[in-house]
Design a protein around this ligand. Structure first.
Ligand SMILES: *[C@@H]1O[C@H](CO)[C@@H](O)[C@H](O)[C@H]1NC(C)=O
Ligand SMILES: *[C@@H]1O[C@H](CO)[C@@H](O)[C@H](O)[C@H]1NC(C)=O
Length: 418
């Protein structure tokens, strides 16, 4: 991979963007200042610290392929199971679920997040998601506990067949597909055995944001995406006033895209140049994100984003273990007696599975928000033709709904086209 070649393709695209006939002649802009911003909003919600640590643990050990997690859902999932844990099993989970700033009791914040996620559904985004606890020996479990996690965390219990692993894994996959509104999901490569006493926590989520303003229907064309493979993908173009910050020192552009209705917004972190995301990932902390978000200011922008779906099917045992959750997995030492009751079956965690899909589409809620009279003045370019990190933050409960990376945009391989 020649860096100079990479740069010239990228520059060529920038130039094309400037003169291309597909660029809108009078780019739309929203006259109103974005309403979604909360001054001084802090990232104190524990989904931020948990999400960032999990993301880093996943990316450090894994290969750099597209990643997507929902810290809000995962916080909810772990927050539910921690209530069944005792002893060091509980201590290790507690350590993980502590926020950097406030050490609010987990259960106080979960119901607020779930409520807030539902409130944004249908206006700011379309969200399908569910979480469940899978295990055998339904009859052995504390009924009161199962009821409690259902009411408080919306975490249902699903009994595994116990017949064989294949059947159970297929059942999990079907459950995930249904939870994601019928979308096809990738099979798990890491098949968990589901012996007696094994519990699997699973969550599945499909998210499609509805932009506040932005990408005009029809203003899309095929462009190069310089990911881990070079591909041709559909790029969406738009222009308007957005909150943006250019960090010259760290060579990264930070852009906030409001979602319609202001319930949530998406933030993109795009390195200036084509590079692997590892440099940026090493910098990702709650403090750094807070700094970047605090420096955003409204300016005229011309945006180009790939129209892609980012999907992940993840088994989180290794990253969770790397973050100190050790005893929960061990049938000998795990203590979930809050669920198994006194003197009954011994339980341990066998898997934490996560399916997530994000659809980057051009759907806009603001049908008549396009202001034809106003021109975007000397727009700054945000040309996302290479890997970037993105997140979706909930603007009412303050939770981190999604965190992910686009390393590769599926499309026709570029060298085939040349
Ligand atoms: C979001 O709304 C859709 C219908 O538009 C619904 O099918 C889905 O279950 C809702 N998601 C949640 C999490 O409530
Ligand atoms: C993304 O997935 C949706 C289905 O969930 C599909 O309709 C759409 O065409 C996909 N987009 C791309 C760019 O593949």
């Amino acid at each position: 991979m020649l860096p100079s070649a990479v740069l010239s393709v990228s520059l060529l695209n920038l130039l094309l963007l400037g003169v291309s006939s597909s660029t809108p002649e009078a780019p739309p802009t929203s006259g109103k200042p974005p309403q979604f911003h909360q001054a001084g909003s802090s990232l104190g919600h524990l989904s931020w610290s948990l999400g960032l640590r999990l993301y880093q643990a996943l990316r450090i050990e894994g290969s750099h392929t597209n990643t997507l997690i929902s810290p809000a859902l995962l916080t909810n999932l772990l927050g539910a199971i921690i209530r069944a844990a005792r002893g060091t099993t509980a201590g290790q989970l507690q350590e993980l679920l502590k926020t950097a700033k406030e050490e609010k009791k987990a259960e106080d914040v979960f119901s607020i997040v779930l409520k807030s996620m539902r409130e944004g559904n249908g206006t700011s985004y379309t969200l399908h998601g569910s979480s469940a606890l899978f295990s055998q020996q339904d009859s052995m479990l504390e009924k009161a506990f199962l009821q409690q996690i259902q009411t408080q965390f919306e975490l249902g219990h699903v009994a595994l067949s116990g017949k064989d692993m294949q059947t159970d894994m297929e059942m999990l996959r079907t459950w995930a597909r249904d939870g994601m509104g019928g979308r096809e999901v990738l099979p798990l490569t890491d098949v968990a055995d589901t012996k007696e006493g094994a519990m699997i926590l699973a969550s599945a989520l499909h998210f499609k944001g509805i932009w506040d303003q932005g990408f005009e229907v029809g203003n899309q064309d095929l462009r190069s995406f310089l990911g881990t493979k070079y591909t041709k993908v559909h790029m969406m173009h738009g222009a308007g006033v957005y909150r943006h910050y250019e960090d010259m020192e760290n060579m990264v552009q930070v852009l906030e895209l409001g979602l319609w209705g202001g319930k949530a917004s998406m933030v993109l972190l795009l390195p200036f140049h084509v590079e692997s995301l590892s440099r940026l990932e090493r910098m990702l902390t709650v403090e750094q994100l807070e700094k970047w978000l605090g420096k955003l200011s409204s300016m005229s922008m011309a945006l180009s984003l790939p129209r892609v779906n980012v999907s992940s099917t993840l088994s989180l045992q290794k990253p969770l273990a790397a973050l100190g959750v050790i005893d929960a997995w061990d049938p000998e030492t795990a203590d979930f007696s809050g669920l198994s009751g006194q003197g009954k079956a011994k339980l341990h965690l066998r898997g934490v599975l996560h399916w997530a899909t994000l659809e980057l589409s051009s759907e806009t809620g603001n049908k008549d928000g396009v202001n034809e009279d106003e021109q975007v003045d000397k727009p700054k370019l945000f040309y996302a033709d290479h890997p970037f990190i993105f997140l979706v933050k909930d603007n009412s409960a303050g939770a981190l709904l999604l965190l992910g990376a686009l390393d590769l945009a599926e499309g026709v391989a570029l060298h085939d086209e040349l």
